[in-house]
Design a binder for this molecule. Structure first.
Ligand SMILES: Nc1ncnc2c1ncn2[C@@H]1O[C@H](COP(=O)(O)OP(=O)(O)O)[C@@H](O)[C@H]1O
Ligand SMILES: [Mg+2]
Length: 200
């Protein structure tokens, strides 16, 4: 069974193809229209705006807090009943320094507010904080997928590995091409490799 979707698709390969094509195009449009630079920085409201932009053609739940509990690799993300509270707490955490930004990103990952698409929307949300505060974004192509996932799992206990990986992958190339390549790498982490954002 695939996730219920607005496209009426019932096969997972077909849904993955459409989801990649449509949401990458929406990521491109976020940059091209300049809407990306108007998104509220470092809050759930901003993250929800990104999630909604990417996925609203595909899922009813785009930009909306999930209504189920979610676990991955035996780790249970924030229980649904505490989610609003967690998000309000995360909103007021500082995001002025690199360390604060990565800690906030790790906390938002533990909240995992959406039914799907947390990783892809949150990496754009992280880039928005880094761009605004440090004039940099992450070149996700420089971070190995397995190392990234291990650091995310480890981040429940310590964000040291994640900080090390991200610090070594920061770039001051804020161009559209650089952002698009980052989106492609971010999608590759989640198994989406059919389309290049710049070609959509
Ligand atoms: N065991 C885990 N512990 C912490 N974070 C995880 C774990 N597994 C996956 N993640 C994080 O969750 C993201 C995937 O969440 P998901 O909602 O499926 O996003 P997407 O649909 O964009 O792939 C990964 O990119 C990673 O950041
Ligand atoms: Mg996923």
């Amino acid at each position: 069974m695939v996730l219920e979707n607005k496209l009426g698709i019932e096969q997972s390969a077909q849904l993955a193809e459409a989801e990649e094509r449509i949401s990458k195009k929406q990521a491109a449009l976020l940059f091209e229209t300049g809407r990306l630079f108007e998104i509220e920085i470092g809050t759930f409201k901003g993250l929800a705006a990104i999630h909604s932009a990417l996925f609203s053609e595909i899922y009813e739940f785009a930009g909306k807090i999930r209504d189920v509990n979610i676990a991955k690799d035996n780790f249970q993300f924030a229980p649904r009943i505490f989610l609003e509270q967690s998000l309000a707490y995360i909103d007021q955490l500082p995001h002025d320094t690199f360390d604060e930004i990565v800690d906030k990103y790790a906390d938002m990952n533990i909240a995992h507010p959406f039914r799907e698409g947390n990783g892809r929307s949150m990496r754009i949300w992280l880039d928005c904080m880094l761009r605004e505060k440090l004039g940099k974004i992450v070149d996700w192509n420089l971070i190995d997928k397995d190392e990234y996932f291990n650091a995310m799992i480890r981040s429940h206990v310590s964000t040291g590995e994640l900080k090390y990986l991200l610090l070594n992958a920061l770039t001051d190339n804020l161009s559209q091409a650089s952002f698009f390549k980052g989106v492609d790498a971010s999608y590759y982490y989640e198994g989406y490799t059919l389309y290049k954002t710049e070609k959509l």
